[in-house]
Design a protein around this ligand. Structure first.
Ligand code: GAL
Length: 352
């Protein structure tokens, strides 16, 4: 079932609509046509009415002022491009610079800030919506007009499937993700430090102090980035490793072992578990990397229902190409050629 409600308006007066997808087991995911934002994700719970497992806001204005990308679809290029500079098909490009001298998440007016065209694909079992957006040539400095589509489907097995499609009229970069901050004990329950994560990744990409990859692909052995067996998040957060100190916590790309080029279906890559709520989230994707980010800079950030979000109150599993890929020839390429179809898929499976 899908219920549509008015969520408010954009500065130009246009309406923002919320689509609430509910399956037969009573799991609901509320998605805005603004930025394709996952605003609430409600898991039935016999002790309370539900547990809302994602961080978010209550108003359009808060989403537009947000620089933390809560729940949003990110594009054209998730993560950082050093100094917003790259060369493609023999030409040099300069993108918008919006964070620390670099391009973050597609520039200052990225896909997260746009109202997408939304179509309901299924209103009964496996409720599903399609969001579409056209980004013109030179938008935020990126080449080519790109037409992108994201399909969200909530299955009857409590899996949220996110499929990304794109075509372009000129060779460009495309690296989309969803930037949900998960807290499986509930968005207002405090730190995720005592929750556990597992990631099937034997390598990671170390960064400099500005979160730009050095270009190395390093083994995770004997580092705080070895999540191959379930690990309490507090363990890396408490580490004195230089990479953790640079980021004030986890904000790193792990190289997923399951990845092979041209993989079209999602493989299991990891999970998160909260013993307090008994909720578990499994992550499946066909992308090569995952940015694991623990909301390191949050401090009294006003969130939904008067919550105040603090550092480490959520954890993101941003499935994507590695950061700064256009400047790192040894990383899997995020180039999308004219006439080629882009497809990627990420699935979040909830058990409770
Ligand atoms: C993450 C990024 C962080 C931070 C965050 C948005 O994806 O890795 O460094 O910028 O987005 O607040």
């Amino acid at each position: 079932m899908i219920e549509q409600t008015n969520f408010g308006s954009m500065p130009d007066g246009s309406q923002v609509t919320q689509f609430c997808l509910t399956n037969r087991l009573g799991v609901s995911v509320e998605i805005l046509d603004l930025g394709g934002i996952i605003r609430r994700w409600l898991i039935p719970n016999h002790k309370q009415n539900h547990t809302d497992i994602v961080l978010g806001y209550d108003t359009v204005d808060e989403y537009l002022a947000d620089d933390s990308y809560l729940g949003a679809l990110v594009g054209r290029y998730a993560n950082r491009i050093k100094h917003g500079k790259f060369s493609l098909a023999g030409k040099d490009y300069q993108t918008d610079i919006n964070q620390g001298g670099n391009c973050l998440h597609g520039g200052g007016q990225g896909f997260n800030s746009k109202v997408w065209q939304c179509t309901v694909l299924s209103n009964s079992d496996n409720p599903s919506i399609m969001l579409e957006l056209t980004s013109p040539d030179s938008d935020q400095g990126f080449p080519g007009q790109i037409s992108v589509k994201v399909i969200y489907t909530l299955t009857e097995q409590n899996r949220l499937k996110i499929e990304y499609f794109a075509t372009t009229d000129q060779t460009t970069l495309y690296n989309p993700t969803n930037h949900s901050y998960f807290n499986l004990a509930g968005h207002s329950s405090g730190s995720v430090a005592n929750q556990q994560i597992q990631l099937l990744a034997s390598h990671y990409t170390p960064t400099d102090e500005n979160a730009i990859p050095t270009g190395e692909i390093s083994v995770v052995d004997n580092t705080p980035f070895d999540f191959r067996t379930p690990t309490t998040i507090n363990v890396p957060l408490a580490s004195k490793h230089q990479q953790i100190e640079y980021a004030n916590g986890l904000d790193h790309n792990l190289c997923l072992d399951a990845y092979t080029a041209d993989l079209k279906s999602a493989s299991y890559v990891g999970k998160a578990v909260a013993k307090q709520s008994g909720i578990e989230l499994e992550v499946y994707t066909n992308m090569p990397g995952i940015q694991i980010f623990t909301a390191n800079h949050f401090s009294n950030k006003k969130g939904k229902e008067d919550s105040l979000y603090q550092a480490h109150q959520g954890v993101c599993f941003e499935t994507q190409f590695y950061p700064d890929t256009p400047n790192q020839p040894n990383f899997p390429s995020a180039t999308l050629e004219a006439g080629k179809d882009f497809y990627s898929v990420t699935e979040y499976q909830v058990s409770f």
